[in-house]
Design a protein around this ligand. Structure first.
Ligand SMILES: [Fe+2]
Ligand SMILES: [Zn+2]
Length: 356
């Protein structure tokens, strides 16, 4: 059912679906062959070529399309189905971890070879921010193969595939046998890596259990319990730096970043990379109180999932949400981990691609 108002068209479908479609929206979304590039399905029509107060001569519903006649005799049609689809989620929303959550395990070869399993794994990944691949090769640089499902490697300085062992190049606390507090890697980049894959090649050491932490849950709870702390952490830029004699990375950014609907998009946390903040900065006292609070929440076990990552297993985390940590270990045997970074967008959009 159609009803024309002053600057929009009300479209009602059944009893409870209603859309208020602005005239400019209707003109902009015309699906005719002259308004689209038919080979690519891209838009060709340019909005500024019609007056801002454009108003239709007539509007009707015909064969499940909205059909609009404009004063310049252009005829617009839009299938109602695509209007209804425009509001649906492309992939699942994030979900709270159930009690005693452990990331679901998928077989390495099935993840790479079977589309259905890849979709199931990627859906679990976007919901909970973590999965584990088992039966992975124990060969160095095997993470390259994950590009088939996660898109190209997001390279950063130091190494394309990072080696973490106590015998290699030591530029970070991870390269010692000390416990590693919860963090996400490369907070020292403005565009911090959004997926981290941690590939355990060998793990013969005692201790060194892996811990992952749902950072978004911590942030959501903080927003509920103490909105003032949440606000300051959202607005206060913190400097981070990671470097060695050949590499320099540095960025300033707030610990919490939200989308314009208020939903959390990123939680940045790295005690080891955080730099001295200029003490003259406005609100530094308030920042430090809020920072103390969130720092203690990060160590609250209710947000943790702890497990042993064995040789031949790959932990993949949505690293703008899930922090990782490691218990200390006794360097009694070999322990070699490699990590690489990927783009979250590519992994999530592969759910759509692989579902076709
Ligand atoms: Fe790390
Ligand atoms: Zn058109």
């Amino acid at each position: 059912m159609i009803e024309i108002k002053n600057n929009s068209v009300i479209l009602s479908i059944g009893k409870n679906k209603k859309y208020d479609l602005p005239f400019l929206w209707l003109r902009d979304n015309c699906q005719c062959d002259s308004c689209r590039i038919t080979e690519t399905q891209e838009k060709q029509f340019l909005l500024h070529t019609v007056p801002v107060d454009i108003s239709p001569k007539s509007v009707e519903v015909k064969d499940s399309n909205i059909v609009v006649d404009w004063p310049d005799d252009h005829k617009t049609f839009i299938p109602i189905k695509i209007i209804e689809e425009s509001g649906s989620l492309r992939y699942p929303d994030h979900e709270e971890w159930p009690k005693d959550y452990k990331p679901q395990k998928f077989d390495w070869s099935e993840f790479l070879g079977n589309k259905e399993i890849a979709v199931e794994a990627l859906k679990h990944f976007v919901k909970f921010g973590a999965i584990v691949l088992k039966n992975a090769p124990k060969e160095p640089n095997s993470l390259e193969f994950l590009s088939k499902r996660l898109g190209p490697i997001h390279e950063v300085l130091f190494e394309r595939i990072h080696n973490v062992s106590v015998t290699g190049h030591v530029y970070n606390v991870a390269h010692t046998s000390k416990g590693l507090p919860p963090h996400n890697d490369f907070a020292s980049y403005k565009s911090q890596p959004s997926i981290q894959a941690l590939h355990m090649l060998e793990n013969e050491c005692e201790g060194g259990e892996s811990i992952i932490v749902d950072g978004w849950q911590i942030v959501e709870d903080l927003e509920y319990d103490n909105p003032d702390y949440f606000e300051i952490l959202k607005n206060f830029n913190v400097p981070f730096r990671e470097f060695d004699e050949h590499n320099e990375t540095y960025a300033e950014a707030p610990l919490i970043q939200c989308g314009n609907d208020g939903s959390i998009e990123s939680f940045r946390f790295s005690n080891q990379l955080m730099q001295m903040i200029d003490p003259n900065r406005k609100n530094i006292k308030e920042f430090y109180k809020a920072y103390h609070e969130i720092s203690s929440r990060i160590f609250d076990k209710k947000y943790h999932s702890t497990f042993r990552l064995n040789g031949g297993e790959v932990l993949i985390v949505a690293s703008l949400r899930v922090l990782h940590a490691r218990e200390s270990f006794i360097p009694s045997g070999k322990r070699h981990l490699q990590d690489a970074y990927f783009f979250y967008d590519n992994a999530a959009n592969n759910i759509v691609l692989l579902s076709n």
